[in-house]
Design a protein. Structure first.
Length: 117
């Protein structure tokens, strides 16, 4: 089974940057599509960004396009989310997820990102 551990969250002022990391273990990393999701208080979890098996295809939700970048490092079994120009509305718990098949069904525990105005 795959284990995912996120890190890199924290408190930042609006306009600042953070880089989230998600380390994967327990299964061949290259066989997994990876994604970042987030859930703000009182809201449903939303897909933020995803990246294909070898990183050739990416997806971003509209609200983060041009500000966030997802990437993966096969040598480190790690996926990253570089977040720039952060806004208060980006405040949420950010989750890393893996998709071994057709669904994202492997989740990390999440890391809190708080953006102050």
């Amino acid at each position: 089974q795959v284990q995912l551990v996120e890190s890199g969250g924290g408190l930042v002022q609006a306009g600042g940057s953070l880089r989230l990391s998600c380390a994967a273990s327990g299964r061949t990393f290259s066989s997994l599509a990876m994604g970042w999701f987030r859930q703000a208080p009182g809201k449903e979890r939303e897909r933020v960004a995803t990246i294909s098996l070898i990183g050739g295809a990416t997806y971003y939700t509209d609200s983060v396009k041009g500000r966030f970048t997802i990437s993966r490092d096969g040598a480190r079994n790690t996926v990253y989310l570089q977040m720039n120009s952060l806004r208060p509305e980006d405040t949420a718990v950010y989750y890393c997820a893996a998709r071994p098949g057709s669904e994202y069904n492997i989740w990390g525990r999440g890391t809190q990102v708080t953006v102050s105005s």
